[in-house]
Design a protein around this ligand. Structure first.
Ligand code: G16
Length: 555
């Protein structure tokens, strides 16, 4: 087998977004496109690549297996010593993070477009995670992008083919031995979960106390993990785990666990038979939690409630609680817990990569994002199955329903009402008009102190900006992370363009209000937030600029 150097052509659109390079499959299938990006990752790793070990796997979506073979061929040609590959190319994003950390590898390549649909006419993605197990930070993704802009060739062993469907160690004799270790996708992750949680008490909850859990994997990667953990280990019936076979096109589902795209789960749980429903996204890092009769727990509340009850989870009993964090648009419910518990709390830009340095520095134990991400420092990715197990562990210990736990929480800490409006797949030009409309208004120095009214409600602007963040540990700066309007009563309106789409633009509008008044505490969020929503829609001229009279998704 010989290494050949293939002359390539440059693609100028390989800038990674919030979490890796995400494009339609057709884009990745262009000649040299995937190869270029993989070579750019290896080139960016410089000398470290020689003799290194990397983890490779993805969410099982269309084009994944082909991409794994390309990575194998290019890795061998670039001097990588060993690849650890999930069987069939399957590894959830949290599982990749765990493997990188457990086997102390140089990093890993995750093949996923996360919650975006899959199939020949849908999306694919490639993401590099560093040796801490977390998504590459901005300086690394910028370096990779810069390399793609001047790449003239890539190195490859074209005839190398490894069977990734059989668990075995493949040794390939090159100058040195190149190893492809095809491993069970689930084992190491299950071991980790059993170290973190009290499995016996969760088993008792599910079996003896007959707590009815319904798990929806949305035909994504979590199926095998859910069957092993909830089924084999915890005794949940097979029929309580649905859409559990990873499909290349997710069976036509949009594998995004929210009230719109996980509507099967929501409708089934609404009938009252189940005590809890949970859904995961395509690559297993997102989760949605609902209680009996489809009671929705916002991701911001989910984070805060778990943060307030970490003391019942063995992992945190052992390691202590170092700090909390959330992304900027996430409602500040966890901040209330931090205040009362006297624990450090951080706000970072959208993107899990921004939590990594705080965790590595021992300052952060649990964090989350409004985009259905929750996780802890057990790995460096958000973790859907972890979040479900954390809830089950808390429910089992508190011996209360999700509704009771949520109510008690609001009574003690107040409630951060939250909603997100998504305007998906807008034309870029129209989305930019909305953002410019808002930015021009809010950055005018006269905006501060303005009173914005809707009906009888009015809100005084305390501060407005385009959010920027300086990393506390490495002092790197991230700018233009979202347009914020902060009001004197603690309410917030935020506008941001999604960084995970593959084409067009998605506008996200985030609205938050904090209440402690018991007469309002249990009201409907859309009702309570209506005045702020109206103010945001008027201020941005949303309808005029986008020609949309309503959002695609309301969370
Ligand atoms: C990714 C990141 C998350 C982030 C989300 C935001 O999620 O990993 O940390 O919150 O994107 O998405 P957007 O930029 O569209 O608002 P995932 O699950 O797609 O990897």
């Amino acid at each position: 087998m010989t290494i050949v150097e293939i002359k390539t052509k440059i693609y100028d659109d390989q800038k990674p977004g919030t979490s890796g390079l995400r494009k339609s499959v057709k884009v990745f299938q262009q000649e040299h496109y995937t190869e270029n990006f993989i070579q750019a990752i290896f080139t960016a790793l410089e000398d470290q690549i020689t003799g290194s070990t990397l983890v490779v796997g993805g969410d099982g979506r269309y084009y994944g297996k082909e991409a794994v073979q390309k990575i194998i061929r290019i890795a061998a040609a670039n001097g990588v010593r060993k690849l650890i590959v999930g069987q069939h190319g399957i590894l959830s994003t949290p599982a990749v993070s765990n493997l990188i950390r457990k086997y102390k590898t140089l990093g890993g390549i995750v093949l996923t477009a996360s919650h975006n649909p899959g199939g020949p006419n849908a999306d694919f993605g490639i993401k590099f995670n560093c040796d801490n197990g977390g998504p590459a930070p901005d300086h690394m993704t910028n370096k990779i992008f810069n390399i793609t802009k001047s790449l003239t060739s890539y190195k490859i062993i074209p005839e190398l083919n490894v069977n990734i469907d059989i668990i075995q160690t493949n040794e390939i004799k090159l100058d040195n031995t190149f190893t492809v270790d095809v491993i069970d996708s689930v084992n190491d992750y299950v071991i980790l979960m059993k170290e973190i949680f009290n499995f016996p008490i969760i088993k008792e909850l599910l079996q003896e106390r007959k707590f009815e859990l319904l798990v929806d994997c949305l035909n994504g990667v979590t199926g095998p993990y859910a069957k092993c953990i909830f089924g084999k280990e915890l005794g949940l019936n097979d029929t309580n785990i649905v859409h559990s076979i990873p499909l290349e096109d997710f069976g036509g589902l949009h594998p995004d666990p929210n009230l719109t795209y996980a509507k099967d789960l929501v409708e089934t749980v609404r009938n009252g038979t189940y005590d809890m429903g949970v859904a995961f996204d395509g690559d297993g890092d997102r989760n949605m939690i609902i209680g009996k009769k489809a009671l929705f727990v916002t991701p911001s509340d989910s984070l805060a409630i778990l943060a307030a009850n970490l003391n019942v989870i063995p992992y945190f009993k052992k390691n202590g609680i170092k700090g909390y964090a959330r992304s900027m648009p996430t409602a500040a419910a966890v901040d209330q817990v931090a205040k009362l518990n006297n624990i450090e709390c951080f706000e970072v830009p959208t993107g899990w990569k921004y939590f990594g340095n705080l965790m590595d520095a021992g300052r952060l134990s649990i964090c989350g994002e409004e985009s259905f991400g929750t996780g802890s420092d057990h790995i460096r990715e958000k973790d859907g199955i972890w979040a479900c197990l954390a809830w089950l562990n808390v429910i089992a210990e508190l011996k209360k329903s999700i509704e009771e736990i949520q109510k008690d929480h609001w009574l003690k800490f107040g409630r951060n009402f939250f909603t997100r409006y998504d305007y998906e797949n807008c034309e870029l030009e129209k989305a930019n008009k909305v953002m410019t409309e808002v930015e021009t208004k809010i950055l005018d120095p006269a905006f501060k102190g303005t009173k914005l009214c809707d009906g009888t409600k009015n809100y005084v602007v305390k501060h407005a900006d385009n959010y920027s963040y300086t990393d506390l540990i490495d002092k790197s700066v991230a700018t233009k992370q979202g347009l914020r309007i902060l009001f004197e009563d603690g309410s917030r309106i935020i506008f941001r363009l999604s960084g995970t789409g593959s084409s067009g633009a998605t506008i996200r509008l985030y609205i938050e209000a904090y209440e402690t008044d018991q007469n309002i505490l249990y009201n409907d969020a859309q009702e309570v937030l209506k005045p702020l929503i109206n103010i945001a829609l008027n201020l941005s001229k949303m309808q005029e600029h986008t020609n949309r009279d309503k959002p695609t998704v309301i969370t």
